[in-house]
Design a protein around this ligand. Structure first.
Ligand code: HXC
Length: 516
């Protein structure tokens, strides 16, 4: 072949790989941001990334952009290797027309998503864009439609992770919202449906873009974002760590890391001392979780949102588990609207991707209050029941302390499908707490007694002696075993080993109707 043809190719490629050019790249760097390709370089193993459709051009013939060059159409797409496994990615290039999405941009993104679906590999989308390319009008709008549609097709088939590393505003925010996990970069990433100017016009509220769509608002209040990253590199590292817990698709098991399992790290006697004597005293459930998972390595998800429940991934004997745990340090670990939503979503993710669910229970009940009732705690709490009962992955439950009423069922007791349930000696498994029960049962007796306080104390002690322990429930077959806390890891590991063969078939249906 004539050298000139190869030279032409190399020249064209070199120009395209520069994206918006040196000046735009410098501007991106000055903002503390990496370019689209630099981000992918961090994500993929060296020399493993294969770019797709670099030479694509838009066919737009109107609004002054006819013939205008948008190298790569403002997005870098392709596949590469992350920790030995193939992963597909699209990384928006802000240096090219602000990463705006035109018809061809959307076509590129949709095609890697199609490929991820066909080969069963995870899809990572790095967002840094001014949204729909305004000059292309409805062609870019429908482009977004193609992306959203594929987000839904991929859902539950391959893991989808979104990184918000720049603006992601308006309807564009719905693509990350349709994916499984969102990692947002502090200061760089901004995510909102309507910006500060529109809000000011419509509602009169004054708010900055950062306050509206920055990490704090989404990680703490809206619950839209799952991880806060301090910069681009951190976002990529979080993504890789997350991927290390996940299977490539819904037909595979999560990766197995036998080297993570080490008998030396079996919890020592400190496990037995975590739960305080006084059952009203709080403690940190993280201590229990890290006393169970391999190498005390736990990846918490939505750490700042609804902290009264903890969810995240760990490993047990080298295999991924999804952990759900009430946190007595926050609101005494009560279940409310946000914690129910958080846990239900996580349980459904685990079930879709063959990840066994381990639940640690210390729940005083559902949150009382007008705000909760008007906000639909019935509907939201029902999601927990639905998510657990419909999950067919192995379900292992450990009752650490309080397990009261409907909230105990919502944390997966045996009647709701737990394959095995063990309790610590500190467990209090009952239909309701002692105070509430005594008020309902003995109000008349207490008010009529000569010494009301003494009568109340007597009744409380009587109730606690009967019900505030694991033995009554165990005597009725609701508890498989009562174990020493220090044996928890070994108990769960043995249960998980035998449950690996679990197969549970349900009647065919299009889908259940989770109360959304
Ligand atoms: C075309 C765009 C663009 C867009 C940015 N650019 N957004 N071009 N369509 N949506 C271009 C700019 O004209 C500029 O081009 C370059 O990208 C860099 O943008 P700057 O404004 O210079 O950057 P910065 O100051 O950092 O501001 C970034 C920004 C701002 C906050 C994102 O560009 C912005 O507000 N853009 C518009 C956002 C928006 O309203 N999008 C909604 C579109 S409608 P030059 O040539 O000067 O370098 C939509 C609906 C989707 O998204 C619905 C889906 C369902």
């Amino acid at each position: 072949m004539a050298d000139s043809k190869i030279e032409l190719l190399l020249k064209k490629r070199e120009k395209l790989l520069k994206g918006g050019g040196d000046k735009a790249i410098e501007k991106q760097h000055k903002l503390g941001k990496l370019t689209a390709r630099e981000r992918l370089d961090l994500l993929f193993e060296e020399n493993s990334f294969r770019e797709t459709q670099l030479f694509i051009k838009n066919r737009c013939t109107h609004f002054g952009i006819q013939g205008k060059d948008f190298p790569g159409e403002g997005v870098v797409t392709g596949h590469g290797i992350v920790d030995g496994r193939p992963v597909y990615a699209a990384s928006q290039d802000f240096t090219v027309a602000g990463g705006s999405v035109g018809e061809a941009t959307a076509q590129k993104i949709a095609e890697v998503m199609n490929a991820a679906l066909k080969t069963g590999d995870p899809f990572v989308m790095i967002n840094d864009s001014g949204g729909a390319r305004i000059q292309e009008g409805v062609d870019s709008l429908t482009g977004y439609g193609h992306i959203f549609y594929r987000n839904v097709l991929l859902s539950g088939v391959v893991p989808q992770i979104s990184i918000i590393a720049g603006p992601c505003a308006g309807g564009a925010a719905y693509s990350p919202a349709l994916t499984d996990f969102i990692v947002q970069v502090r200061h760089e990433g901004q995510l909102y449906i309507t910006g500060p100017l529109v809000i000011k016009q419509v509602t009169g509220e004054d708010i900055s873009a950062e306050q509206l769509g920055g990490v704090e608002s989404h990680a703490h209040y809206s619950g839209v974002v799952h991880f806060i990253a301090e910069n681009d590199e951190d976002a990529i590292n979080i993504t890789k760590r997350l991927l290390s817990f996940l299977p490539s698709n819904n037909t595979e098991d999560p990766p197995y890391y036998p080297e993570m399992h080490d008998d030396e790290i079996l919890p020592n006697e400190t496990m037995n001392g975590i739960v305080p004597e006084d059952s009203r005293e709080p403690y940190d459930i993280h201590e229990v979780i890290s006393g169970v998972v391999d190498q005390r390595d736990f990846l918490e998800i939505q750490e700042h949102f609804a902290p009264n429940i903890i969810v995240g991934f760990g490993r047990l004997t080298g295999r991924t588990i999804g952990v759900i745990a009430n946190q007595p340090l926050h609101k005494a670990g009560v279940l409310d609207i946000d914690s129910s939503d958080k846990a239900s979503r996580f349980i459904r993710f685990c079930n879709a991707f063959n990840i066994p669910v381990v639940t640690f229970v210390d729940v005083p009940g559902f949150m009382p209050g007008v705000k909760q009732e008007y906000g639909g705690i019935i509907r939201h709490g029902a999601k927990m029941l639905f998510a657990y009962a419909s999950a067919t992955v192995p379900k292992l439950t450990v009752v650490v302390r309080k397990a009261y009423g409907g909230a105990f069922l919502a944390m997966c007791d045996k009647s709701m499908g737990a394959d095995t349930l063990c309790a610590w000696p500190s467990a209090e498994i009952a239909v309701m707490g002692a105070e509430g029960a005594v008020n309902v049962l003995y109000r008349k007796e207490i008010s009529e007694a000569g010494d009301a306080d003494a009568e109340r104390t007597r009744r409380l002690d009587e109730y606690k002696d009967t019900f505030a322990n694991p033995y009554f429930a165990a005597s009725h077959g609701m508890v498989d075993d009562i174990i020493e806390p220090a044996d928890t890891r070994a108990y769960l590991a043995a249960a998980l080993e035998v449950l690996r063969a679990k197969r549970e078939l349900r009647p065919q249906k299009k889908h259940g109707l989770i109360p959304l």
